[in-house]
Design a protein around this ligand. Structure first.
Ligand SMILES: [Zn+2]
Ligand SMILES: [Zn+2]
Length: 409
């Protein structure tokens, strides 16, 4: 169908505005905006059929002359963005079903191949207007903030996208969980057991890092994504554990990482310490969580005496590098699937004697259960130090001293 005939058919549906007319052939772009193209089609049609040119009059049956309100919508967006710091933004539009169905009916009746939906023109036009008012840029792929225009209610909804930064944390105090735990009794609602905090533990690594961050970013929350986790009673020292922190809905985005690091370290002093390396993106959360890290532990092991050092050293030697079969430990069996894993301890070295035990360093693959490697977990881990020595051995103190990626950098 040529454009003249097509224009005649579209005009026959009823009074339509230049925007909606132009969008029907929107993607056959002629370097014109939709309304310019709509107007040109209307002029060409009048000439071709030898009728007087009539501009759009009355109300457009598709959009109710929505595009006359672009400036007004831009003003509402500006007001909704008030108080939020951002560089890039994106506009989205929620189109009432009736409006979308109207234009879709024309597309399908006339088998149009390249119409542009009303939604995308509205997003673009309001985006241009907002960009001019605020001197900021629209960003289609990774905007700082999003404004959603709800055409039915006239309201603008705001979504502030999260920020992510990458660093390492050291946990210097035992008894701090990595992330917030809901109270077991009330499941977070607050009860006598938890002193109405809703929490099992007063603090977590996540909160110790997150609280000062939430303040600095004027954010709604902070979520810690760690490269694995240590037991609650283990310290995480040495090189520290890699993590990505997600700052939820920050009203401020221009925070200096050095200042942030100092603020966190001051507020969590003696408990948690961070070194913040760089900003990152959501994609790294998945990478860091799925990365197979090897870990080095320093443990204090209690072993029933008498034991000769020679005996201990050769037992450690016997554990090094061999396949260790570990059935899911009893202590985590209630929350993990019962299965047998094969793991290795690539390095085990004796580091000296303390009053209440032997200091041993173990480097293990991701997922090696270190306490069970020593205790044997009633035969669920084999071989174990207990099994080889033929007498009970157990970990009485555990520190993680190194967490490193096995990925090629
Ligand atoms: Zn229209
Ligand atoms: Zn409770």
């Amino acid at each position: 169908m040529d454009l003249i005939a097509l224009t005649g058919k579209i005009l026959a549906y009823g009074e339509v505005c230049d925007h909606c007319l132009g969008r029907m052939v929107g993607k056959r772009s002629f370097g014109l905006s939709n309304d310019q193209r709509g107007n040109a089609l209307r002029v060409s049609y009048a000439l071709a059929v030898n009728e007087p040119f009539l501009p759009h009059q009355g109300t457009c049956w598709i959009c109710q002359d929505l595009f006359l309100q672009v400036g007004e919508w831009a003003g509402r967006v500006e007001a909704a963005f008030e108080g939020i710091e951002f560089e890039t933004f994106l506009i989205g539009t929620r189109v009432p079903p009736l409006m979308a169905e109207s234009e879709e009916m024309v597309w399908s009746d006339l088998s149009l191949t390249s119409p542009e939906p009303l939604k995308s023109e509205m997003n673009r036009e309001v985006g241009k207007a907002v960009g001019q008012i605020l001197g900021k840029e629209a960003d289609l792929t990774n905007p700082d903030v999003l404004a959603i225009l709800d055409l039915s209610t006239g309201e603008v909804g705001i979504q502030v996208n999260p920020l992510f930064f990458y660093g390492r944390y050291r946990k210097l105090e035992r008894g701090i969980p990595q992330t917030h735990w809901d109270c077991r009794v009330c499941r977070g609602a607050g009860c006598e057991r938890c002193n109405f905090t809703g929490k099992m533990y007063q603090d977590s690594v996540e909160e110790l890092i997150g609280r000062p961050a939430v303040d600095l970013f004027s954010a709604k929350g902070a979520v810690l994504h760690g490269a694995g986790r240590e037991d609650i009673d283990a310290r995480m020292i040495g090189t520290g554990r890699p993590f990505v922190m997600e700052i939820v809905a920050p009203a401020r985005r221009t925070v200096d990482l050095q200042v942030l690091q100092e603020t966190i370290n001051r507020s969590a002093v003696g408990r948690v310490e961070v070194s913040l390396e760089r900003w990152t993106r959501r994609g790294e959360v998945e990478t860091i969580k799925s990365d197979k890290m090897y870990k080095k532990y320093r443990i204090l092991v209690e072993i029933q005496d008498p034991l000769s050092l020679h005996e201990l050293r050769s037992a450690l030697e016997a554990l090094k590098g061999v396949t260790i079969y570990q059935r899911t430990p009893q202590r985590v069996a209630h929350r993990r699937a019962d299965k047998i894993r094969e793991r290795h301890a690539t390095e085990i070295t004796y580091h000296g004697r303390e009053q209440d035990g032997y200091v041993i360093e173990v480097t293990g693959e991701a997922g090696l259960y270190i306490k069970e490697l020593i205790s044997g977990d009633n035969g669920r881990t084999r071989p174990s130090l207990t099994e080889i020595l033929g007498r009970p051995a157990q970990v009485s103190r555990l520190d993680v001293v190194q967490v490193e990626s096995t990925r090629e950098e």
